[in-house]
Design a protein around this ligand. Structure first.
Ligand code: RAT
Ligand code: ZN
Length: 418
């Protein structure tokens, strides 16, 4: 039985499926239009993405200091990135090429280098139809947000209930509970919960109540999420491991929500750069292994930031049905590493992982992040299907569509449902 006469026909079908399959983007920093200025979009936001701000300070003259940069209005900051990264140096980095891809796919004349004209085009857009347009152009069914009740700017937007935006779904972000209990306890106390700076049974119970109430406010969060440093260990006597055990795990169990852990971000190695000042460290996969083994009734979604961790993490995922790997996170979201990680994951796990997430902070980034990912993952799949064909297997068009969708959200949905 075969739908394809030869390996080239098969390869063409794989590429077509990769281009046409809808994507579920399982981790972004986007917000609905009802969150006002928190939803970032447009060319000045694209140019001042923190990945590009970090790059600016690698190429700009010494008199362009971070301190002076942060005092400038957004448009002037964007001008500096445009001038130094794009015009005076080659726009060869992934973040810079991303801006080019995005503007080009939006139909703008990026080759003309007319930043003023591009700005005028964005100024004429209305946010709500533009959001739909970008999601359609990227081929996304829905994207998962990052909703953080510890961020004062976000809290008021939930006072009148969940915003009705079907294509953006909530996720409850809880970093400070794990990584900075005194700060988390204070925020919760100010919100009327009995959390003390010291951890005790009463404070833990109140923190669980806070998270449960917030899950209710968000409506139907897809998961609980936290970014953890490379030093995260479990089990251990550290405050992080204790709040994981006493607050996060019981809340996840009670609410039947998976826990998404993004591990390996070393925060603020250059604080002057703000969000652009974070770095990477090699994490401890054993912590994930222990969490999965000790809590078989809890589901874990895990991504790690260091390339060094990826192989061990894949092996870990083979051992635990309650562990789902997702994304090529941040410094791994570059074509060479996406290719390597996708091959490695396919070879060790089959199509049971989520190939990527965008981590988009700016709406328009969805366009390039997914165009670039589709291109890389598409070629990885072509390579694998060619090998299968040569070995004598004859995949059908339906099976190809199933496998492609699995990598772009299908496996994630199956994992949530099981
Ligand atoms: O990828 C990023 O943009 C990082 O700054 C972080 O947002 C990271 O993805 C996170 O969610 O903590
Ligand atoms: Zn993120």
């Amino acid at each position: 039985m075969t739908d394809f006469s030869d390996a080239d026909a098969l390869a063409a079908a794989v590429r077509k499926a990769v281009d046409e399959t809808p994507i579920t983007d399982i981790h972004t920093h986007l917000f609905p239009p009802s969150h006002g200025d928190l939803l970032l979009w447009g060319v000045d936001e694209l140019l001042t993405y923190h990945y590009l701000v970090a790059e600016l300070f690698t190429v700009a003259p010494r008199d362009v200091t971070p301190q002076a940069f942060w005092k400038l209005p957004k448009r002037r900051q964007a001008d500096l990135v445009w001038e130094h990264v794009f015009l005076k140096h080659g726009a060869l980095s992934e973040a810079a090429r991303g801006v080019v891809t995005t503007l080009n796919l939006l139909g703008l004349d990026i080759a003309g280098r007319d930043l003023g004209g591009i700005r005028a085009w964005f100024d004429a857009q209305e946010v709500e139809p533009y959001l739909e347009r970008v999601l359609d152009l990227a081929g996304i069914d829905y994207a998962v947000m990052t909703n953080d009740p510890f961020q004062p700017a976000e809290v008021p937007h939930w006072r009148d209930g969940a915003p009705g935006c079907d294509r953006l779904r909530p996720a409850l972000r809880i970093d400070p509970v794990i990584v900075n209990w005194p700060a988390a306890a204070q925020t919760m106390r100010e919100a009327g919960y009995g959390t003390a700076p010291e951890t005790d049974a009463q404070s833990y119970a109140e923190a669980r109540r806070f998270l449960t109430d917030w899950a209710g406010t968000l409506g139907d969060p897809v998961y609980l999420a936290a970014s953890l440093p490379p030093e995260f260990r479990y089990p251990s006597d550290s405050p992080s491991a204790r709040t994981m055990r006493n607050v996060v795990l019981p809340t996840a169990r009670e609410l039947d929500l998976p826990i998404a852990l993004m591990i390996g971000a070393r925060k603020g190695v250059n604080r002057a750069l703000g969000d652009a000042g974070d770095s990477v460290g090699v994490a401890d996969v054993t912590a994930v292994q222990k969490l999965c083994a000790e809590h078989p009734d809890v589901k874990f979604l895990v991504t790690m930031l260091s390339r060094v961790n990826q192989h061990e993490l894949c092996v870990c995922a083979r051992k635990f049905g309650n562990l789902h790997l997702f994304g090529c996170w941040w410094f791994c979201n570059d074509p060479s590493i996406i290719r390597e990680m996708s091959l490695q994951r396919l070879e060790l796990l089959g199509a049971t992982f989520t190939a990527n997430h965008s981590d988009a902070r700016v709406l328009d980034q969805l366009v390039y992040k997914w165009r670039h990912t589709r291109d890389v993952v598409g070629e990885v799949l072509v390579e694998k299907y060619r090998l299968l064909f040569a070995a004598g297997w004859r995949p059908t068009a339906e099976e190809i569509a199933r496998d492609v969708r699995a990598l772009f959200g299908g496996a994630f949905c199956d994992f949530l449902a099981k």
